[in-house]
Design a protein around this ligand. Structure first.
Ligand SMILES: Cc1cc2nc3c(=O)[nH]c(=O)nc-3n(C[C@H](O)[C@H](O)[C@H](O)COP(=O)(O)OP(=O)(O)OC[C@H]3O[C@@H](n4cnc5c(N)ncnc54)[C@H](O)[C@@H]3O)c2cc1C
Length: 385
């Protein structure tokens, strides 16, 4: 059995760091649509944000299992780990598919916090989950690509220096198969609005800083192609298992946050002259959430270990994401119910966390699409799309 003492040390250190922010910090940001600048600076300086970046590029050189602990603890503290998770998995695309020159240019700066790489531009309004049909084009012209098209729900674009963008380099008619003809680019967002990128923030249910983007003859240097031309779908797919496992770890943090909070309140709150937790109608749903969360956490752990051992982990990553998202959503609903009317009050933070964790039924991949993956790729049932 592997020694896991260091995981507890990471957990304790992240918990200490998060405690100095507190739930009111996140509530205030949520209410004004603010970005957690101070938190991101501190978690970068502590080395936790760059934990997946190899030591040769200034990172901590740790694995996904350690990164999961970091994200879980941010969520469990009542915080919102969006800015942290995005940098971890977007960075992975550059690490796995970047040229030596790209890695040298970007990764040390990302590790030090000099550059933020928190933005991934894939989703489009016209095609949604059907990524291989996306319409944004990147047309080669000399030593540049010219980008035209539209993206939607692209998070943190106004708070990131760099974005990894997926665009079409071959028309649908020319492609040899569905996944052919898409390419990834490292886009420098600094000053991008003066160069043909329009950014419209979306008024949304959660503070994810998601935006609609319009590219109008936006130029990207050809040297910023990430991975092989026309094979960008592979670049995106490669990062997806890591993304799903990291998001699943966040869900576990959310679920544990809700269970801790519900248990505390069930013990403290007295109605009819006794703690509400004495009623099994109150305690059993919390106990049920606990059991489901612990089961989901085992799947997250298994998926992360397979990923770190470079073993196939598609099924486990998908199942971890779905089970984690289900556990956190159910725990959030149960926590709110346990608090009665106070659960609705913003002061108790539950409604904010519940809105945040609801996202994970939809993004970065919806529960239906995970069930579709399991049906087809694990159980061998017919392909549906
Ligand atoms: C807050 C937020 C942040 C986001 N951040 C980013 C980001 O930074 N970068 C980025 O690229 N994207 C981002 N997204 C987009 C996200 O990945 C998509 O919303 C998600 O993939 C679903 O796509 P869609 O919204 O177009 O839904 P659609 O594809 O329109 O699907 C709508 C519904 O139909 C279901 N459905 C569709 N097809 C099938 C099928 N074949 N079988 C069964 N059910 C099906 C889906 O499960 C879903 O419930 C973000 C989204 C949100 C809400």
């Amino acid at each position: 059995m592997k020694n896991t003492d260091h995981l507890q040390e990471i957990r304790d250190a992240v918990r200490t760091l998060c405690n100095s922010y507190g739930e009111d910090y996140w509530r205030e940001l949520d209410s004004v649509g603010g970005y957690p600048t101070e938190f991101v600076k501190e978690i970068t300086a502590s080395g936790f944000l760059g934990c997946l970046i190899p030591e040769e590029y200034g990172g901590a050189g740790l694995g996904l299992i350690e990164a999961c602990v970091v994200l879980e603890e941010i969520s469990r503290s009542g915080g919102h780990p969006g800015a942290a998770h995005a940098q971890m998995y977007v960075m992975g695309s550059v690490l796995r598919h970047g040229t030596a020159e790209q890695k040298q240019r970007y990764l040390p700066a990302v590790a030090s916090g000099e550059l933020r790489l928190q933005c991934f531009g894939v989703t489009e309004p016209g095609t949604g989950t059907d990524t291989t049909s996306l319409k944004t084009t990147a047309t080669r012209s000399g030593d540049k690509y010219i980008i035209n098209g539209q993206k939607v729900w692209i998070s943190r674009v106004q708070h990131s220096d760099l974005m990894v963008l997926l665009a079409r380099t071959k028309s649908i008619e020319e492609r040899s198969k569905k996944t052919d003809g898409l390419s990834c680019f490292i886009v420098d967002l600094r000053g991008a609005e003066e160069r043909g990128l329009t950014i419209n923030p979306i008024d949304a249910m959660i503070n994810h800083h998601s935006c609609e983007l319009f590219f109008d003859n936006f130029e990207v240097p050809a040297e910023n192609l990430l991975g092989e031309e026309h094979k960008g779908f592979r670049v995106v797919m490669d990062g997806m298992n890591a993304e799903r496992i990291l998001i699943a770890a966040e869900c576990i943090g959310d679920a544990r946050y809700f269970i801790d909070k519900a248990t505390r309140y069930a013990n403290e709150r007295e109605v009819f002259g006794r703690p509400i937790g004495q009623n099994q109608g109150v305690s059993f749903p919390i106990a049920n959430c606990y059991a489901q969360t612990e089961a989901a956490a085992l799947m997250v752990d298994k998926a992360a270990r397979l990923f770190d051992d470079q073993q196939p982990c598609g099924a486990e990553a998908n199942m971890a994401k779905m089970l984690g998202a289900d556990a956190s959503w159910k725990a959030g609903d149960t926590c709110l119910q346990t608090h009665g009317g106070f659960g609705i009050s913003r002061e108790y933070h539950i409604e904010r966390k519940l809105r945040e964790t609801r996202l994970y039924q939809i993004a970065p991949i919806s529960t239906n699409l995970i069930l579709s993956y399991i049906s087809e790729h694990v159980l061998g049932m017919p392909r549906s799309f």
